[in-house]
Design a protein around this ligand. Structure first.
Ligand code: YSA
Length: 348
């Protein structure tokens, strides 16, 4: 190997090194010249095959080349690293003068907002808020409420059964079981409201969901009358829907009350004249209610000669629909933020 060849190798290696502009290209260069199979390394290995008189000069020249290339490689590697870093810093620079991005803040679900609004009204009227189980014994959902097995009224509550062979266990179809649970645990006076989720085996349409929310109300004491029920519900409806609301009570049947009523307000969309929302009647039903049936009081060990009481149950989704003109109950549970974000009165 002549010194001229070594000189040519040096020039080529340095030229290619200058052309390497990335860490990958540098690694590739290093492998090609200085790596285990690199050109310089191979040539050093071949020294033994040269004539003895040639060896010292070629050996010295190759070792100098190796040192020269190694130090050139280190310099180039530093240059490339610094320029890559400079490029990254330039690309990632933050312009602190740009306005910040406003984070999207969620809001409470309209049903949660309505539950809070309704329970607040009743809390100010002296009612305590309690909650109870969504998975319920048939005894509490039906029997203790004066709806015995095989009673046709059971069909009104299209129930989802969890277990029926040994002990009837259901997803509660209404919040009324909590009347029994509360009275079993307390002595009168009782004044509670019970918000909660209910489930029914029901075909879903614009006004029916298979899961929805109710708020139950219960007041039991000595000398509680239907007049208290009327006054309390009228005050509630006016606080929620406006002081100008007119209210209507009509007879209705529920096995756990006697007498039973349905409670309606005059339609706020047509002011009682009749429209699509109120089905032309001018009235919108809000809830079922009545005087607690003496048998229900007996079932929890209360003396119906001494105590009387009333109860009601209302559908929360229907209240939101009425108050804000929501035409279809299915909007509530589709998770569509365009719908939900409209109820942004109470941010999280
Ligand atoms: C009646 C008298 C009392 O002393 C106490 C409570 C009651 C109410 C009774 N427990 C009950 O569940 N009656 S109800 O079957 O008529 O439902 C009450 C309200 O729940 C309805 O007016 C409606 O607003 C709502 N509701 C019922 N099924 C629904 C529903 N909301 C949405 N989807 C459904 N599938």
């Amino acid at each position: 190997m002549s010194t001229q060849e070594i000189e040519q190798l040096r020039e080529r290696a340095l030229r290619e090194l200058a052309e390497a502009t990335s860490q990958e290209a540098l690694a590739d260069w290093h492998a090609r010249y200085l790596g285990r199979r690199g050109e310089v390394t191979q040539r050093l290995r071949q020294l033994g095959s040269l004539a003895p008189e040639e060896r010292p000069a070629v050996g010295r020249a190759l070792n100098e080349l190796k040192q020269r290339l190694e130090s050139a490689y280190e310099d180039r590697e530093r240059q490339v690293r610094e320029s890559e870093l400079a490029e990254r810093i330039a690309a990632e620079t933050v312009d602190v003068t740009l306005p910040g991005r406003r984070p999207a803040i969620g809001t409470l679900h309209p049903v949660t907002q309505m539950i809070r609004e309704v329970t607040d009204i009743f809390a100010h009227l002296g009612f305590q808020v309690v909650e109870g189980p969504e998975v319920e014994y048939g005894y509490y959902a039906f029997d203790a409420l004066n709806i015995p097995p095989e009673h046709p009224a059971r069909d009104v509550w299209d129930t989802i059964f969890i277990e029926s062979e040994h002990k009837e266990i259901v997803l509660r179809p209404h919040t009324s079981p909590m009347q029994i649970r509360v009275m079993e645990r307390r002595q009168p006076p009782v004044r509670v409201v019970v918000p909660g989720r209910c489930y029914r085996y029901e075909a879903v349409d614009a006004t029916h969901e298979w899961h929805f929310h109710q708020i139950e109300g219960l007041a039991v004491d000595e000398r509680i009358t239907m007049a208290d029920l009327k006054g309390t519900l009228a005050e509630f409806a006016r606080q929620l829907f406006g002081r100008e609301r007119r209210v209507r009570f009509r007879c209705d049947f529920f096995p756990f009350v006697e007498p039973g009523v349905d409670f309606a307000i005059d339609c706020m969309f047509c002011r009682g004249e009749g429209c699509r929302v109120c089905g032309g009647s001018g009235w919108i039903e809000i809830l079922g209610a009545g005087m607690v049936h003496p048998q229900v009081l007996r079932n929890v060990g209360y003396d119906p000669e001494r105590y009387t009481g009333w109860a009601f149950g209302m559908g929360v989704e229907r209240l939101v629909m009425l108050k804000y003109g929501v035409p279809d109950i299915r909007y509530f549970y589709q998770g569509d933020l365009r719908f939900l974000a409209q109820f942004d009165r109470i941010p999280l």
